[in-house]
Design a protein around this ligand. Structure first.
Ligand code: TYD
Length: 220
């Protein structure tokens, strides 16, 4: 690529559980690497050693008495570590960081789903991470029916050890999460690209590549 001094990019993926984010993160990583970029992938909560321990506490279905505010605090604990340990150094070194979820998830799930409100989450973000925002956020949206299919699949699998308290939530919870995501996209149309995720995996990938190309002027 053209030089070591070039600032990297921070790209986040957002959407409801089961929207196909993780598949698309992998696909975009491969495409970018083939185009010559250095790519780092991450997921929230998690990725760092500290973050993965926080993740285990948050997602364990046995912790179902967790207060919404505790969720917010733990999400930002994991996030603060990820940003300090992975995102900032990588972007500074000119790499492309692809992150499966970031603060928009907290705004959608805790702010919307748990009804703590957007304002609280945005204030915590500002306090902990300042003005730092992703360069681009890909919001994967599919229709309510496919979300529900994914949810049922995850609930069926939950006893197999993949216990995630959020996946056991009810339809109204996810409707609030979805509304909060749409409100974020409306508020920040320059940062957030809405991607129709109800299509085939290659078609969704193509839409994502187009958004990255057009919005970040990257050569891919
Ligand atoms: P995960 O198994 O990674 O789900 P997904 O593949 O859908 O991302 O679990 C992450 C869960 O945590 C998911 O249900 C969303 C939730 N979450 C929040 O509620 N707030 C947050 O800030 C983040 C990052 C995730």
């Amino acid at each position: 690529m053209e030089g070591m001094t070039r600032r990297g990019r921070f790209i986040t993926f957002e959407g409801l559980d089961g929207c196909g984010k993780s598949t698309q993160v992998k696909r975009l990583a491969t495409t970018l690497m083939h185009a010559g970029y250095e790519v780092v992938t991450a997921r929230e909560p998690g990725t760092t050693a500290i973050g993965e321990r926080v993740r285990a506490i948050i997602l364990d279905s046995r912790t179902k008495g967790m207060a919404p505010m505790t969720e917010v605090a733990l999400m930002f604990s994991a996030r603060a570590q990820l940003v300090a340990e992975v995102v900032r150094p990588a972007v500074k070194a000119g790499k492309i960081v692809l992150c499966d979820r970031h603060t928009d998830s907290t705004e959608a799930y805790q702010g919307g789903g748990r009804q703590l409100g957007s304002d609280l989450v945005r204030r915590v973000h500002k306090l902990i991470l300042g003005d730092q925002q992703p360069d681009l956020t890909l919001l994967l949206l599919s229709d309510a029916a496919s979300v529900e299919r994914a949810r049922r699949r995850n609930v069926r699998n939950a006893h197999a050890g993949d216990e995630n308290r959020f996946e056991l939530e009810q339809a109204e919870f996810f409707a609030r999460v979805r509304r909060a995501y749409l409100a974020i996209a409306k508020r920040e149309p320059k940062r957030v690209a809405k991607i129709d995720a109800g299509r085939s995996i290659p078609d969704v990938h193509e839409a994502i590549v187009k958004a990255v190309h057009e919005r970040l002027h990257m050569k891919i």
